[in-house]
Design a protein around this ligand. Structure first.
Ligand code: ZN
Length: 328
């Protein structure tokens, strides 16, 4: 672009009384945000890491100012393809700011499997998402909660926002080797679950586990509950009411092959549906975690609603547990 053309554009915007800004990045040529563009600047198209990071941050600031909401929500609202590699960067920044410590459980070409922890005065709450790579609302919801400062000192938090980096990269339920990771907690045949389960084994048993999922076959919201104390008092209403602004509860008589106990609610025994195929929630129950919820939002709905529903459900059930448990 010629300098005179830039000057013409600036004059045109100014005479139209537009509120404008122009951002320039030194050393940046065409395609500077595309890693595939390579690093040969002489051909006129090349990747430039510092310009990529700076322009991403500048765009986020612009969106936040423009729409008065977090930039990743704006991206989702614009129906941009969910890109965990970008969101992961945002999650890392937000988690660092919130005082979380990262432990890298596994490094894959597609990205890292990271556990985030922050001690606090209250129950130990563990949250996970992204074990199925075609279910982006869970990781996006944890990012939203992290960026909003929800994970404060009222609980001890352990969080794995993206358990399946290669699936998230490709948008597939399974990992790159075709394994459904959420059936692998007994055998631990995948490197992801071998690393993740070993970390969970080292963890002090949480008081509450929440995992965030989506379902391609439903229209409403539903959740699984595993309750070792067999005392389901009032929590169904807490969760369903929180989610109600976005989704009605999915009606039965069957959801995902399970008899429902009330619309939207599957009160599941602490035993796997298939003896060899342990999902994470069964593993947590076997490890003695007394209470777990698996939230399922309908994939056919707008992602912004799926994220909002997960956020509301997590907020409601954590708030209830924190208020009813004595501080430790
Ligand atoms: Zn899932």
């Amino acid at each position: 672009m010629k300098a005179a053309e830039v000057a013409d554009f600036e004059n045109e915007m100014t005479s139209a009384k537009a509120d404008w800004q122009l951002v320039k990045y030194s050393g940046a040529v065409h395609s500077f945000t595309q890693k595939e563009a390579g690093n040969d600047h002489s051909v006129g198209a090349a990747y430039n890491e510092s310009a990529d990071l700076r322009s991403w941050a500048a765009m986020q600031t612009f969106f936040t100012e423009l729409f008065n909401e977090s930039a990743h929500l704006t991206m989702l609202r614009m129906n941009a393809a969910f890109d965990w590699s970008k969101s992961e960067q945002d999650f890392r920044v937000a988690a660092d700011a919130a005082g979380f410590q990262a432990t890298t459980l596994l490094s894959l070409e597609a990205g890292a499997l990271i556990a985030w922890e922050k001690p606090g005065n209250g129950p130990h709450i563990y949250l996970s998402a992204g074990i199925h790579g075609d279910e982006p609302a869970g990781p996006a919801a944890l990012l939203e909660l992290m960026a909003a400062g929800f994970f404060d000192s009222s609980a001890h938090w352990s969080i794995c926002p993206a358990l399946n980096p290669s699936g998230l990269l490709k948008g597939t339920r399974e990992n790159a080797e075709g394994i459904d990771l959420n059936r692998d907690y007994l055998q631990r045949s995948s490197s992801e679950i071998a690393a993740h389960a070993a970390w969970l084994d080292s963890l002090q048993t949480p008081d509450l586990f929440i995992s965030l999922h989506e379902d391609w076959e439903t229209r409403g919201f539903y959740f699984y509950e595993i309750d070792l104390h067999n005392d389901p008092s009032g929590r169904v209403e807490t969760i369903l009411n929180a989610v109600k602004p976005w989704f009605d509860p999915e009606v039965g008589p069957e959801i995902d092959g399970h008899e429902v106990d009330a619309p939207g609610w599957i009160y599941h025994p602490a035993e796997p549906d298939f003896p060899e195929n342990w999902p994470e929630a069964i593993f947590m129950a076997k490890r003695g975690c007394p209470l777990s919820f698996t939230f399922e939002t309908p994939s056919s709905a707008a992602i912004i609603h799926r994220v909002a529903a997960h956020v509301a459900g997590v907020r409601a059930i954590c708030k209830e547990l924190i208020s009813t448990r004595p501080k430790t």
